[in-house]
Design a protein around this ligand. Structure first.
Ligand SMILES: Cc1cc2nc3c(=O)[nH]c(=O)nc-3n(C[C@H](O)[C@H](O)[C@H](O)COP(=O)(O)O)c2cc1C
Length: 184
């Protein structure tokens, strides 16, 4: 099985997750890891399974990856799995965070569901985890979203650690499950 782990990453958070998934893939499969800038869309058909990773930008999948997905021809041969990193805390954390998450990350799954169903893509899984915000994004969150100082300090202390060891473990379990199901 030929596998590709393809990612776009501005500050290495998504790259770290991509490398973790690739580490699982390369153990047993013919796997490649590639940054989006080194890749052209029509090469995707050379693979049986493609993992595509993106940061969340403006509550949606970052544009370069969104465009790549939108340019995939209908009913491709490969199966697609996606992963996203975002700086918003996960919705499981509290009702307050669940509301913020819907606003700030909510479009990612909607976009993926829309693109994959409209194109008849065999979409086999989705993984997400936090990725530390860059200083500019941290500042935006502080001044516009979590303005309460205590809440912001709690948020930022945690956010800066991601992706952490547990995120990497979860990403690798996600990949292992995809491979397990692929061979069923
Ligand atoms: C321009 C820009 C917009 C962003 N918008 C969001 C957003 O809407 N929601 C969110 O949770 N994180 C947002 N982030 C934070 C990133 O998704 C997060 O830090 C991610 O892990 C960065 O991944 P990267 O280092 O691979 O680029 C944004 C970051 C940038 C640079």
């Amino acid at each position: 099985m030929k596998t590709l782990v393809l990612y776009y990453s501005l500050s290495s958070r998504t790259k770290t997750v991509a490398e973790a998934i690739y580490a699982v893939a390369e153990k047993e499969y013919d796997a490649e890891l590639s940054e989006l800038k080194d890749f052209t869309g029509d090469q995707l058909d050379n693979y049986d399974l493609v993992f595509v990773g993106a940061p969340c930008h403006d509550s949606d999948i970052a544009k370069p990856i969104k465009q790549l997905l939108e340019n995939i021809p209908e009913k491709p041969q490969f199966k697609l799995a996606c992963f996203v990193t975002h700086s918003c805390s996960p919705p499981e954390k509290s009702d307050y965070m669940a509301g913020l998450f819907e606003t700030w990350v909510g479009k990612c799954t909607k976009t993926l569901d829309e693109v994959t169903s409209s194109k008849g893509i065999n979409y086999v899984g989705y993984f997400r985890c936090m990725g530390a915000p860059s200083p500019a994004i941290e500042n935006f969150i502080h001044t516009s979203i979590i303005t309460d100082e205590k809440e912001f300090q709690e948020y930022v202390e945690d956010a800066r650690k991601h992706p952490d060891e547990l995120d990497i473990k979860n990403a690798q379990e996600f990949a292992e499950n995809i491979f397990k199901n692929f061979s069923l």
